[in-house]
Design a protein around this ligand. Structure first.
Ligand code: SF4
Ligand code: SF4
Length: 380
């Protein structure tokens, strides 16, 4: 069996020229850009733009990584487009705030339609056989994924596999949290998106990653490396190893392997380029235990409610913007709030499915995920 190759290219700056050299080196180790795109092919670049923000906040793929990938693929003759469906708002406005529109304009990379999509049937999916996929993805010949490495409450890390969740337009994304409250089902659905879209290449911005209260309100942590592979499961496994996280705690690993998308087993992964030991960050702040499985049934739901970490609002940080209430996918909402009351929203943990969308989208970083007393006791 052929091993999956993951290329590591050291890079400690977002200087355009340095990032380009690192990306070129990584792509060369994987066989060169011509192994992934042909002249004239319509290719869409998919950065992570959860929410358009200053790139140094580390919420989004840095424009320097975007430009380096675009330049390398253009040299191979690809006809480039770009896009992502953010957690909130339209694609173009978020791209502008993330500095990616400017980067794309500079290299004449065209905006693809990620605001609307079409229904597709994925017959060989493990779990979810129907998706609405963004027109920008369906209209292209291939995708090159540009994930950002960040800590994530639900999936432990967001990296290569999770990046394709942004190929589902707009609020349709939140419906999956409702439909699949179990983190392992949700992860299997993410794998299904990947086996449908099958990006050709993944270039992960992990020069400065996000730790702690990710994926939107965490803290930058320098890892000084760009990771590249055509196997997203292997890429996430190596990213996990770098942040000292067991890849088995990343819920996309097992279904990723089962579906044939890739492998997370170290013996099946070949490393190329710079020595991984130079990038290991044991002090990276990430939850180092597997997500709690959600099971059906009232009693079990009661226990899950007592065990599963909860989103908690810091009253002093909350500006009462209402975003958390708006993005909460359950009906009735698991957050109650009277905008006229002058009070902050309040969680109803009996209704909450622990999707952590509120924590993910709070613009003030006022929501953190906290262990329950019983959850702490059970995990020793
Ligand atoms: S999104 Fe954050 S700041 Fe806005 S109301 Fe909710 S907790 Fe407060
Ligand atoms: S309150 Fe937050 S974590 Fe709970 S269901 Fe709503 S968005 Fe998800």
């Amino acid at each position: 069996m052929n091993k999956s190759k993951v290329a590591l290219a050291a890079c400690s700056t977002y200087d355009d020229a340095a990032v380009y050299q690192a990306v070129k080196k990584g792509i060369a180790l994987l066989g060169g850009a011509a192994a992934f795109v042909r002249p004239g092919e319509r290719i869409v670049l998919k950065p992570n733009v959860l929410f358009g923000m200053d790139p140094m906040k580390c919420v989004t793929t840095h424009p320097a990584v975007f430009k380096a990938a675009a330049k390398a693929l253009k040299e191979a003759g690809a006809d480039l487009y770009y896009g992502d469906s953010p957690g909130f708002g339209k694609c173009e406005a978020n791209m502008q705030k993330a500095g990616l529109k400017q980067a794309a304009d500079e290299l004449a990379v065209k905006l693809a339609d990620f605001d609307e999509g079409k229904t597709v049937v994925h017959k060989t999916a493990l779990l979810n056989k129907r998706f609405v996929i963004a027109n920008g993805v369906l209209d292209c010949a291939g995708v090159v994924s540009l994930p950002k490495l960040k800590a994530h409450g639900l999936t432990r890390l967001t990296g290569a596999v999770k990046n394709q969740f942004g190929c589902i337009p707009g609020i349709l994304k939140s419906q999956f949290h409702l439909k699949m409250p179990d983190p392992y089902d949700f992860a299997t659905m993410l794998v299904d998106i990947n086996t449908f879209i099958r990006p050709r290449l993944y270039i992960m911005d992990s020069i400065v990653a996000m730790e702690g209260n990710g994926p939107r309100n965490g803290t930058p942590h320098n890892l000084n490396v760009i990771l590249m592979s055509s196997d997203p499961v292997a890429l996430d496994a190596i990213a996990a190893r770098i942040i000292d996280l067991n890849p088995e705690f990343v819920p996309t690993s097992q279904p990723g392997e089962e579906s044939g998308l890739g492998t997370y087993h170290p013996g099946n992964i070949e490393l190329a380029g710079d020595d991984i030991e130079a990038f290991i960050a044991e002090d990276f702040d990430v939850v180092r235990k597997p997500p709690v499985r959600a099971t059906a049934g009232r009693i079990r739901r009661f226990f899950k409610n007592q065990i599963c970490p909860r989103p908690v609002i810091n009253q002093a940080q909350c500006t009462q913007c209402g975003t958390c209430v708006e993005v909460c996918p359950v009906e009735p909402k698991a957050l109650s709030w009277d905008p006229q009351s002058g009070k902050v929203p309040e969680h109803d943990y009996g209704l909450c499915i622990r999707c952590y969308c509120c924590q993910e989208m709070c613009p003030e970083g006022a929501i953190t995920i906290k262990n329950t007393v019983l959850g702490r006791a059970m995990s020793g």
